[in-house]
Write a protein that binds this ligand. Sequence first.
Ligand code: UDP
Ligand code: XDX
Length: 327
Amino acid sequence: MTPEAERWFAARSWQDPSWSVDELTRLKGTRRVSVVLPALNEQETIAPIIAELLPLAEPDGAGEALVDELVVLDSGSTDHTREYARHAGARVVAREDVLPEFEPRAGKGEVLWRSLAAVSGDLLVFLDSDLVDFDARFVPALLGPLLAGDEPVLVKGFYRRPLRLPREGVRQTEGGGRVTELLARPVLSAVRPDLSGVIQPLGGEYAAAREFLESVPFAPGYGVETGLLIDAYDRHGLDGLAQVNLGVRKHRNRGLLQLGVMSRQILAAALARTEGRTAPDEVLDDSRDEISYTQFIQSGSEWLPHEQPIPTAERPPLRSVRRNSTR
Ligand SMILES: O=c1ccn([C@@H]2O[C@H](COP(=O)(O)OP(=O)(O)O)[C@@H](O)[C@H]2O)c(=O)[nH]1
Ligand SMILES: O=C(O)[C@@H](COP(=O)(O)O)O[C@H]1O[C@H](CO)[C@@H](O)[C@H](O)[C@H]1O
């Protein structure tokens, strides 16, 4: 780690976050908190996650709740995700129903960008919808530095990451975070060495201030976390960031080729923030950037190329497209 990363790691990593829900509910005052679950075909896991979260949205004796709204931002699911999420008690927003003036694009970054216009929170908590054995304590831990600390703009979770490879029954106790260890951490150490203290740069569980989220572009697809992390650092310095220990995070682990596509999206987001190619305010929504990505599939004894388009066009800062950003 760089000396600055070491300083930050020591000062802004909570290894044992212990803020209570009551304490944070008092501290939040008039600020609103929205929990956002981006979801694409997550019918197997969405309802138990919502059930675990709902108590955080129930008013206490003083009529206050830590979480003001719990929203599933649906990313074009074709399974029962929306139905199960509604039945479990969450508000479900289809991506095409928010910011309808923009033609919906595929990918996680798209629904996270649209979520800013779908929820009212001053603080947003993002949680993946494929989590297994999810613990609602993730939420107060992520909100702690934002409500009780010196107000960073982005708080990342970190955790032990068990791994269960597709078509395998046993989940290993470690080994998850494959793209993090093989791509994201090496790339960040090259392009932003001061970010080398971030334990889980790609983690899908994080909290952020609306003020920040509306001021930066959103990278498409799985590049979104990389873009937000680098932009938070570039605009607010390391002290704009914090990280909290969330214990263990188990989720659906995808196959190698899927992680290859994810890696290319992450690399695109990082490269767009190097060589001065994309400064946040210069992102043009009408750029139709797209790259063709080739992987190889074995067919019989032959290996054949499999090409697919990978969009690299970023969504502009929401504030730049909604001057009077109304929530
Ligand atoms: O086009 C997409 C792809 C993913 N996701 C959601 O983003 C989260 C993380 O995606 P995934 O689990 O595929 O990533 P991984 O955790 O495997 O890296 C999950 O809640 C997905 O349902 C989404 O909303 N739209
Ligand atoms: O961290 C990683 O290496 C990848 C893949 O994790 P696994 O190897 O399947 O545990 O998962 C993350 O990457 C995505 C892209 O940033 C995020 O959207 C996911 O939330 C996160 O799980």
